[in-house]
Design a protein around this ligand. Structure first.
Ligand code: HEC
Length: 161
């Protein structure tokens, strides 16, 4: 090896050692700062819970028997039909209360008289299937029976019965 090479090699080793030293120092310092930071800020258990919910998978595969809760839901499904008043005030009022998009307004005799003349069956059928700006069943999950009761209730509100 030439003298120049040896000098270069010696310098090179010094530089290399210095770089390794810096890398180790930075790594250790980062670890220390991070652990100190975690202790100081910590993660609020409530926040952790919320974060857990947000990053939870959208769906889960259920294997085996449904849990008691879900079984109860299924059993409760064919519940008592809701009354016409309940459906009308809960679902239909959204549009029919103020007469949105040309919906015959609740309690407006003139708006409902023509429908009364057309007949209950035809009117109920339009309400079930949807018409113009009215989505089928007003966008609800009301049954045929409940839709009929709601229409009857709305006719009554308009003084028609
Ligand atoms: C998203 C708004 C909206 C909701 C919710 C809604 N309706 Fe309507 N409904 C309308 C509109 C708009 C019309 C007028 C449709 C037309 O004549 O073009 C209408 C028309 C009707 C008619 C007259 C149908 C015919 O023969 O012309 C009945 C009856 C009716 N709705 C019943 C209901 C009942 C019952 C509910 C609740 C279950 C309901 N609507 C919920 C918008 C709505």
């Amino acid at each position: 090896m030439k003298a120049a090479d040896r000098t270069f090699f010696a310098n090179f080793l010094v530089v290399l050692a210095a770089l390794v030293g810096i890398a180790i120092f930075v790594g250790v310092a980062a670890g220390l700062i991070n652990s100190a930071h975690e202790e100081e800020v910590g993660i609020d258990p409530r926040a952790a819970e919320v974060i857990g919910e947000r990053i939870a998978p959208v769906g889960k595969v259920a294997v085996g028997e449904p849990p008691a809760e879900a079984a109860a839901d299924v059993a409760a499904a064919p519940a008592e039909p809701r009354s016409g008043e309940e459906i009308a005030n809960g679902v239909c009022m959204g549009c029919h209360g103020a007469g949105i998009a040309g919906a015959p307004k609740m309690g407006d005799n003139a708006a409902w008289a023509g429908l009364w003349a057309a007949g209950l069956d035809a009117t109920v059928s339009n309400a079930i299937n949807g018409k113009g700006g009215m989505p089928p069943r007003g966008g609800s999950d009301a049954t045929d029976e409940e839709m009929r009761a709601a229409v009857v209730y709305m006719f009554k509100q308009a003084g028609l019965e």
